[in-house]
Design a protein around this ligand. Structure first.
Ligand code: SER
Length: 422
């Protein structure tokens, strides 16, 4: 099943069940200054849950463009992390609740897309007996495949500084003990790679204010989120996100361009980082989020520069990312025609920031390598704050790039001053 088919199957399924299919909201959220990027399908519906008055519909389904920079350093190193992704979601605002959410999720996964039922396990909030009961009745999932966790694992939201939130129940695919750490106590909360979260069913019941106070929500309901690329990975039997139909042509393009041959794992990671980051850049720039030195623009610049460093490690010292972006647009344009419309602008923005950074990248790399050599020769230590600052201020090195490069040499860095974490 291709990603295009999965997208369509999902929306058809929920349309047939009375949901209004709503287009993705923009990746750059409108009217929510506390969010740099859209992180979930529910963001455009925040006010629906909290509304006392009329709302245009009480059931919705969407495929939302999302960007999460929280796991940036995991991208490429694991099979399941990325920055930009598409989130499939169905929503109820004071309409149906847990029973339908669970029944439909189970039916969609096992019947419509055909994931073998015995591979799926769930997690349920420790206080949510109702959901545990519904999983038992609907899916035959008893205690041996149902993991109970508290707020740290099974409570979601709010997105941004305030908004709807509530307990959640997640569906995970279990790749089997041989895929993981092998510990008896390994469960879906373990990061070893045995489990991958497929679908998060949130049951928003509270509205959380900016001061953390929670009050009961006007329209309690359902907010689900399933990563389309992860679903594709499972349905296509791919061993990483980067082996799915949406990533393969991009990865193939990068490898051809750099004469990849039979290089090792570190270079594989580099290729994946570039593929992921090029997608994020295309979507963000198509919506006018441009690289800059603060806020949203700084996130974009960090993403871009991480990819440029990776490209240099693969032997590319000329602007290159903008060409990868062209390939991304070829792959995604049917589903997202706005990318094609902005093709030229995306290329220009990426290429000019690449050029600017490449101008100083090599000099910065030399300074860092010398500092690292000296530290390693001296038996260890950390890169001094002044060097980290100079790399940032003069050579445009985002701090986490310095940290990542240093950490590959087994060295940590000293941040400088109060904005050292930028
Ligand atoms: N909002 C929840 C999430 O992002 C479910 O859609 O996981």
């Amino acid at each position: 099943m291709t990603t295009d088919e999965l997208r369509r199957l999902f929306l058809d399924y929920f349309r047939e069940r009375g949901h209004t299919v709503v287009p993705s909201a923009s990746l750059v959220p409108e009217g929510d200054p506390t969010l740099l990027f859209n992180v979930a399908g529910m963001v455009q519906f925040k006010q629906f849950y909290a509304s006392k008055g009329e709302i245009p519909f009480t059931r919705a389904a969407s495929v939302q463009k999302c960007l999460r920079a929280t796991d940036l350093e995991e991208v490429g190193r694991t099979i399941k992390h990325h920055t930009f992704f598409e989130m499939l979601g169905n929503f109820s605002f004071g309409d149906y609740f847990k029973r339908e959410a669970v029944e439909w999720a189970w039916d969609f996964l096992t019947d419509v897309v055909g994931i073998p039922a015995e591979r799926l396990v769930v997690s349920v909030h420790v206080d949510d007996e109702e959901s545990a009961g519904i999983w038992r009745e609907t899916a035959g999932i008893g205690e041996e495949r149902s993991y109970r966790r508290g707020d740290e694992g099974n409570f979601w939201g709010p997105a941004g500084a305030s908004g709807p939130c509530g307990p959640c129940s997640e569906v995970h695919d279990d790749f089997g003990p041989e895929a993981g750490c092998g510990r008896v106590e390994c469960d879906p909360a373990c990061d070893c790679g045995r489990y991958i979260e497929v679908w998060n069913l949130v049951f928003p019941q509270f509205y959380q204010d900016t001061d953390g106070e929670r009050r009961p929500l006007e329209r309690r309901g359902v907010d689900t989120g399933m990563g389309l690329e992860r679903l594709a990975m499972i349905c296509q039997g791919a061993d990483t996100l980067f082996a799915t139909d949406v990533f393969r042509p991009i990865v193939g393009f990068i490898k051809d361009e750099v004469d990849f041959g039979d290089r090792g794992e570190a270079d594989e990671v580099g290729v994946r980082v570039i593929a992921d980051h090029a997608r994020a850049l295309c979507f963000a720039i198509s919506e006018g989020a441009l690289p800059s030195n603060e806020g949203r623009g700084y996130v974009i610049r960090r993403i871009l520069r991480r990819a440029v460093v990776r490209a240099l490690n693969l032997g590319v010292d000329k602007p290159f990312l903008y060409k990868v972006a062209g390939r991304v647009i070829d792959v995604m344009r049917d589903a997202y025609p706005e990318l094609d419309e902005k093709r030229e602008q995306i290329a220009i923005v990426i290429k000019s920031d690449e050029e600017r950074f490449q101008g100083t990248l090599e000099r910065g790399m030399n300074i860092l390598s010398e500092a690292l050599d000296e530290i390693v020769r001296g038996g260890g230590g950390e890169v001094p704050g002044e060097t980290v600052f100079k790399l940032y201020d003069t050579y445009g090195f985002p701090v986490e790039i310095t940290r990542e490069l240093a950490s590959s040499a087994g060295v940590s860095i000293r941040a400088w001053g109060s904005n050292g974490s930028r």
